[in-house]
Design a protein around this ligand. Structure first.
Ligand code: PLP
Length: 445
């Protein structure tokens, strides 16, 4: 290395700066100062392979892509809207209505009383206060004989599905799914090596007779269902089919993974009780989320499972994440204990019902003859069928040019075949906004 005086002159910096830099290099093992001879590059420093220089040295960490084999990168989008497009099919709640003030106050309250304990490591199964509040909610509102000990709090229902898959599945197992359904769940089952089998749907929901025929041919490990408002068709699974499904699972000894993602948002009378409420055989794994009742960005879900699964699921959870965010869990428990979340849900339900009614009348007026649909009894979206002769794929494509993304039947279909359907989300937009979106949809047609 040049002498410190020489280098200081060359770089026009103070000599002490160079000395400090040399000391640091020596400290890190890059150089070896030798008494009275100067500073030398350490012998132990490996020589980088000689590569043709591009424009100057490349900065550290700029490789651009992984320097090793990457498996399982299927390259598909997870359904997030493409850049800049407004989603017209996403069944999300209107987060502008979320109870921000209540949540903020609850968070302050629980931290004020609960810190420092609340900030330490806690139980990976979920904070006992939230598990108790959720169990109470499931008992009082959904007629499920839920025990807080059998609940595992998760980061959204997605983690609940992941845990269920980890606990149940081995490569080669078969999981039955709805022929039109929720891809994020299918992806999880596939990631655990399951073979999926699609079961047809009709106006009564999942065709349980077809499932039975499948179960006679193939050993099923589980069936994944959305019985309340079937995703995406919004159909409610009929009572006889629920009973038949439970009986089939009991007889064939497979699990029913029941995803009850929007239970509260039913607009005609009371919500239909979950299959889990009638489970006497211990076959249902019940998946719930606070994505709709609170907000999807607050990552809270839960899994209710029969023994001996809860400690197994809890141990699996620690492999992903030591525990959830207990301060947030307690704040949400606080909202539930005070009934504030329930009051918010009542308000939101009234709003969404009015938006559904408005949406239905806008669609009937603007797209009469072009689409048909049954007004949904619940949920945040509507499942429309385009008239014969309309190319929904081209329609959706043209709508993109107008700044909106609508998803067609193909997007939800297990076989990915083109279907003449559109999913239209009414809950997350104000009436005026939805009317504008439908105006664009009509113009695109
Ligand atoms: C079928 C289904 N399950 C679950 C969820 C909620 O997922 P998460 O709790 O992971 O946000 C949704 C949200 O849209 C859904 O449509």
């Amino acid at each position: 290395m040049p002498g410190s005086r020489t280098l200081a002159r060359e770089l026009r910096v103070h000599r002490n700066t160079v000395i400090a830099a040399y000391e640091q290099l020596a400290g890190e093992g890059w150089t070896e100062p030798q008494q009275a001879r100067g500073t030398f590059v350490a012998h132990s420093v490996p020589r980088p392979p000689q590569r043709p220089r591009r424009n100057g040295p490349s900065p550290v960490g700029s490789a651009g892509s992984a320097g090793f084999e990457v498996r399982g990168a299927d390259g598909r989008s997870a359904g997030t809207p493409q850049g800049g497009l407004r989603p017209l099919s996403e069944g999300a709640p209107d987060v502008r209505l979320a109870p921000v003030g209540e949540l903020t106050r609850a968070y302050r309250r629980v931290l004020r009383h609960g810190a420092p304990d609340l900030l330490a490591y806690g139980h990976p199964q979920g904070h006992p206060r939230l598990r108790a509040a959720l169990a109470e909610l499931l008992r009082s509102r959904r007629a499920i004989a839920a025990d807080a000990e059998h609940l595992v709090v998760t980061s959204g229902s997605q983690m609940a599905l992941e845990l269920a898959a980890r606990a149940l599945l081995q490569p080669g197992d078969t999981v039955a799914v709805e022929a039109l359904g929720y891809r994020p769940a299918w992806r999880v089952f596939r990631q655990h090596g399951a073979a999926l089998a699609a079961v047809p749907l009709d106006a009564g929901g999942l065709d349980v007779a077809a499932l039975e025929a499948l179960a006679e041919r193939t050993a099923l490990r589980a069936v994944y269902v959305t019985p309340h408002h079937q995703y995406p068709t919004t159909v409610t699974l009929s009572a006889p089919r629920r009973m038949a499904l439970l009986e089939l699972a009991r007889r064939k000894r497979f699990a029913i993974i029941e995803d009850d993602y929007d239970h509260e948002f039913h607009y005609e009378g009371r919500p239909v009780l979950p299959i889990a409420s009638a489970d006497r055989a211990g076959v249902v794994l019940y998946v719930g989320t606070l994505a709709k009742v609170l907000a999807p960005g607050v990552r809270l879900g839960y899994l209710l499972a029969p023994p001996p699964l809860p400690p197994i699921l809890t141990a699996l959870r620690t492999g992903i994440d030591r525990q959830g965010d207990h301060a947030v869990e307690c704040a949400v428990a606080d909202l539930l204990e005070r009934g504030e979340l329930q009051r918010h849900v009542q308000r939101a339900r009234r709003t969404y019902r009015a938006r559904r009614d408005h949406g239905v009348s806008v669609l009937k007026r603007e797209l009469r003859g072009s689409i048909s649909f049954t007004p949904p009894s619940g949920g945040m979206t509507l499942w429309a069928e385009a008239a014969v002769g309309i190319d929904v794929e081209a329609w959706a494509q043209r709508l993109q040019g107008r700044g909106w993304q609508v998803l067609t039947g193909r997007h939800y279909a297990y076989d990915e075949a083109v279907r003449p359907n559109l999913r239209l989300a009414f809950a997350s937009y104000e009436e005026q906004e939805f009317a504008e979106a439908i105006g664009q949809l009509r113009a695109a047609l």
